[in-house]
Design a protein around this ligand. Structure first.
Ligand code: FES
Length: 335
């Protein structure tokens, strides 16, 4: 029996090295770390994007603002539409800042391995809320991205931190002062940023950026805005679109149609105009001269030159604006 046992141990030893990564513990750890890195990194980026990178988001109104997004949630009629209208719509900036702060917390929790189960459950709540508002109307459902995030967060909540790459989690009775200090500092920084954003977003960004205060830059639409200057060739009730006569086939011009971000394209010899707000969540679409269609930078929806949806998650066409061309070539719009 003894030789047989030695052979068995040797065999196990040889095979063990090759299969270490496939052991139940390692599989759980690898799965947890993969989920933590992807979901945590995404949440951290989403929070930073809302707070620092996108000057339009934390605004009560305007293209790409949280105010516009919330109004879209209400009009799109998801299960939480009434709640959004009653609670979120009256205070859009606070809601946007809270959302961004929660995403930052989830990101920090998952990436540092601190209270990962709680962070994952908070992430699941965020994703479920978005699935019931933002992507509720997406059809088929698998075009919506919030549901898979929700399931991913639930899976991570079940897995936990995987037992590796932990910064702040209590290590089974071991209290590491450095880890605790790092965790408390990180949480304090995130909480401070969130509080400053609620009180004064401009001051918060200035403090983070070292004095340089980003401000919403004028979009091409704003710079191309026509100050309506009726001429004898402009029909009553119409407004001339400044610069439109210089368009060549395949080109586009962003303009303001009575305060609404709009875009005029010249498709062959035909002028067409649309509101730029994507019919998914309101982000401004951009004309792609190369492919001859509109692209929404948020979730990749595409619209043809006639405004029809060619790729989800949007499922309704761009809103058209009536345009006409006067005898002298002046292009006008009517609202
Ligand atoms: S806002 Fe989601 S695709 Fe445009």
């Amino acid at each position: 029996m003894a030789p047989s046992r030695r052979t068995s141990k040797r065999g196990t030893s040889l095979a063990g090295r090759a299969t270490t990564l496939l052991s139940p513990y390692a599989s759980v750890a690898v799965a947890a770390v993969v989920l933590r890195l992807f979901l945590g990194g995404t949440m951290l980026y989403a929070g930073i994007d809302k707070i620092l990178l996108d000057p339009r988001f934390l605004q009560a109104d305007g293209a790409g603002s949280i105010g516009q997004t919330l109004r879209y949630f209400v009009t799109s009629g998801g299960p939480l539409a009434a709640l959004v209208e009653a609670v979120a719509l009256p205070q859009p900036v606070l809601i946007g800042a809270t959302m961004a702060g929660a995403q930052l917390l989830v990101g920090v929790s998952l990436l540092t391995g601190s209270w990962v189960r709680y962070g994952a459950l908070l992430g699941a709540c965020i994703s479920l809320t978005l699935a019931l508002t933002s992507t509720w109307g997406v059809s088929p459902y698998y075009y919506g991205n919030d549901l898979p995030y929700f399931v991913g967060f639930l899976a991570l909540a079940a897995l936990g931190d995987g037992g590796v790459l932990r910064l702040g989690a209590p290590a089974r009775g071991v209290h590491d002062p450095d880890r605790r200090a790092a965790l408390v500092s990180g949480t304090g920084i995130v909480a401070g940023i969130a509080a400053l954003l609620v009180l004064d977003r401009t001051r918060a960004i200035s403090a983070i950026a070292g004095g340089e205060t980003p401000s919403p830059t004028p979009t091409p639409a704003a710079s191309a805005t026509a100050s309506p200057s009726p001429t004898p060739s402009v029909p009553a009730g119409d407004t001339a679109i400044s610069g439109a006569s210089g368009l060549t086939a395949g080109q586009a011009l962003n303009f303001s149609a009575g305060g609404t971000a709009a875009v005029l394209i010249k498709d062959g010899s035909t002028y067409r105009a649309f509101e730029r707000a994507c019919t998914h969540q309101g982000t401004s679409v951009d004309w792609q001269a190369g492919s001859g269609d509109f692209l929404c930078p948020s979730h990749g929806a595409r619209f043809s030159a006639t405004g029809q949806v060619t790729m989800g998650p949007a499922n309704t066409p761009l809103r058209p604006i009536e345009v006409s061309v006067a005898a002298d070539g002046t292009v006008t719009y009517r609202r």
